[in-house]
Structures are given as C-alpha cells and as structure tokens.
Design a binder for this molecule. Structure first.
Ligand SMILES: *Cc1c(COP(=O)(O)O)cnc(C)c1O
Length: 405
C-alpha cells in the first residue's frame, strides 16, 4: 500500500460516515476486468462494483458517449425533453420484448421505491383503496431507502430504522403454499429477485416463478421482478434473468449495470401498470438525464455487439464447474449457486472474509456475504485464463486452511 492509500484511508475514516468496512486498497485505474492500485499493482476484479461494470472498466464506447454528451448539455431536468431519454426507453422496451414504458431514476433503491409506488397507484385504480400490500421474499434485498428497506426481507438491516412503512409481507422463497395463502384482495403486487443477490445468491425455482405469475394473474396482482443485480446479461444468454423462465412480469426494476457504473436506474412496466402514474405522481431531478441516458445506450449497444450474454453463459458455466471441482477436491465448499457470471461458493466454514482478504493480497478482488459465502460478479468480459487464475488461488487458499474444514 502506498503513501496515498495511507493518507486517503485516514481522511476517509475521519470525514466519511462509517457505513462500510472498506477493504485496505485504493483503486486508481481500471481496464476490462483489471484494476490497478496506487502502487501500480494489478488485480483481477471479480466484483465489478457489485455487478455494475458488466462491460469492464473504462469501456471506450461508454467514455466516448459520456464525453460527447457532457460537452453538449449535462442537465436541464425532467421538465423538458432531452436527447437519448426516449431512445433509451425504446432500447429497454425492445430488450424486454416490446410494449414497455420507463420511468428513470438514479439507483436500484429508487427503482424499487418507484416500482412500489407504481404498484400502489395501480392497486388504488384497478383493485380498490385497500389493495396496498406488497409481498416479498425473506432474505431479499431491494435497497436502503425506507420503503425499499421495508420490502427487503432482512431484519438485521431493518431493525435500527423502525418504524418502517407498513404494507410489506415477507414469505420464504420458493414456498408456493406461502405465496398462495398470502395473495388476497389486499395485495397489489408480489416483488421478487430471480436470483437473490445480496441475500447470498439464492435462485428462484422455475416452477415457483411460473406459479407466481399464474397466481398474480388469477388474483389480480402485479408481478414486479427486481432485476437490479441480475439484469443486462449478468446471468447469461437473456438480457434479463426472468426471460429464461418464460414469464413476463408487469414491472421490472433496473439499475446497477445499466450505465456500466454510472448511477442509473429505471422502473419499466407494460399494460395498465405502465399507465398508472399521472403527471405529478412521481419524479426525480436527475433521473433520465442526457449524459446517463447516452451512457446507458452505449452500454446496451456494446453488451449486444460484443455478445457478452453468450460469454457470460459460457464462462459462467466454466467458473461453476471449476468451483464444483474445488468443492470435491478441498471439501471446503458446501454448495455452488447461481447462473451465468452471478455465482456463489457457500463455504463449509465461516471463512469467507479471510479467504477474500487473502485473495486481495494475491491480486484477486472477491466479495463475501455474511461469514460463509463468496460471491463472484466479474465483468462479463472475464475469460477462461482469468477464471483459471482465480481457481488456482482459491484452491491454494482453501487447502491452506483459510477455508478448509
Ligand atoms: C443493489 C440492489 C438494489 C439497490 O440498489 P442501489 O443502487 O444500491 O440502491 C436493489 N435491488 C437489488 C436486487 C440489488 O441487488
């Protein structure tokens, strides 16, 4: 660690609120899946800013789009039409199969918050004033603002902030009976992640999602899919994870990888849900600004052009089989979960933080969840050679005893 690290880390501790236990490194540059610290040391990035930099760091097409738009016009607000916003909405609609409308915001929490407000507005118009309740899953994560936090199914993140907005019911994921017994006339929406990300990479079963769709149709509730982490080809061949399940949600929340690391979010909806908001119902000063929309359009175009969904599927399968081999060889991995390049190794011991810290010392950036889950969210440009390096280091660390049983 260099002198700049020491200086900035000390200032950060003194001047920035302590909401994160930051790792002992200062990244100053990135290219593709590689990061560089203030000493010029190279790292392979298996976190990509928590699944936000799907194209890899400093992608020239995004840089160029931002640069061009920055030089023309940065901000006028949502009171006016601007370039790129309508075209981005069209891009998102066509990725989702056509017929969708977007509301633009700046983050995943805001996208979920917007989806919640949209569902309540829809409920009041189409079901009645009592239809305000939203069902979400235990262990889910939908963001840190108060309503998104109330939707989040993790009491440890919620307890300090009571009272949270009412109207949220949490049920166990993949439990059809629980869903069946909860959806009644007081429910306006069911909100699910296809693969729970922050909760530890727990996927929905196929039957569960198709039944959730059917139950929502039968009982007149919206199905909201939170694709904030799973979106933009993270899970492989399809742009959005739900598309591999053959279902069509009513509302989708998007953010993270949408503008390759710049703050962008969207609520997209079709059918009556897309018409539920009226002027004055919801808003954002910065959402849908021309710079971010230009960045998002360039991101989507490059993800398609480089066929990164196919790479995420192929290299994700390669990483998964490598982790499964490590599980057999070391006995230190109890389960491998996830899809595409959104994977987790659930360790047999509470050693995830130690493994990630040791890996950082060996030039690998890894994320750990809780005490025993290591999550892999590399940029989708990650290749077999980089995965081989990861697997080699992991096998040494797990055999060294950092994660061994
Ligand atoms: C990260 C995340 C959010 C919150 O996004 P922020 O941009 O941090 O507000 C919401 N939902 C899911 C599924 C996420 O992974």
């Amino acid at each position: 660690m260099g002198a700049r690290y020491d200086l900035l880390a000390a200032k950060d501790t003194a001047a920035v609120m302590s909401t994160y236990a930051r790792k002992p490194v200062l990244f100053v540059e990135g290219r593709g899946m590689r990061l560089y610290d203030d000493d010029g040391r190279e790292y392979l990035d298996f976190v990509s800013g928590i699944g936000a930099v799907n194209l890899g760091h400093a992608h020239p097409a995004v840089t160029e789009a931002v640069w061009q738009q920055m030089a023309r016009l940065v901000h006028v607000s949502n009171l006016y039409h601007v370039e790129h916003r309508a075209e981005l909405a069209e891009d998102l609609s066509s990725l989702l199969g056509g017929g969708w409308k977007a509301f633009f915001c700046n983050s995943g929490a805001e996208a979920c918050e917007g989806a919640i407000k949209l569902a309540r507005r829809w409920g009041a118009k189409h079901k009645g004033p009592e239809a305000t309740r939203i069902i979400t899953a235990e262990r889910s994560f939908h963001g840190r603002t108060l309503a998104a936090l109330a939707a989040t199914g993790q009491p440890s993140k919620q307890e300090a902030f009571a009272p949270l907005p009412p109207g949220f019911t949490h049920i166990p994921l993949n439990d059809l009976d629980a869903l069946d017994s909860e959806i009644d006339s007081s429910v306006c929406a069911v909100m699910l992640e296809v693969i729970q990300g922050e909760g530890g990479v727990y996927p929905c079963e196929r039957d569960y999602l198709t039944w959730a769709r059917r139950l929502c149709d039968d009982r007149g509730a919206l199905l909201i899919i939170d694709e904030v982490q799973t979106g933009f080809w993270r899970t492989g061949e399809t742009a959005f994870a739900h598309q591999a399940y053959g279902i069509r949600p009513d509302v989708v929340a998007l953010a993270k990888a949408m503008a390759n690391g710049l703050p962008a979010g969207a609520v997209v909806a079709h059918g009556p849900a897309a018409e539920a908001f009226e002027p004055g119902d919801h808003g954002s000063t910065f959402g849908g600004g021309p710079v971010i929309c230009a960045a998002a359009r360039a991101t989507i175009a490059a993800l398609k052009q480089e066929d990164l969904g196919a790479r995420a599927a192929r290299d994700g399968a390669y990483l998964r089989s490598g982790l499964e081999r490590l599980a057999r060889e070391t006995g230190a991995i109890a389960e491998v979960r996830g899809k595409g390049l959104m994977l987790a190794a659930h360790l047999t011991r509470p050693a995830a933080a130690d493994v990630a810290a040791a890996a950082l010392g060996r030039g690998l950036v890894l994320n750990h969840i809780g005490t025993d889950i290591i999550r892999f969210l590399p940029p989708l440009v990650c290749g077999k050679a980089e995965i081989d390096t990861l697997l080699q280091v992991l096998s040494e660390l797990l055999e060294d005893g950092d994660g061994a049983p």
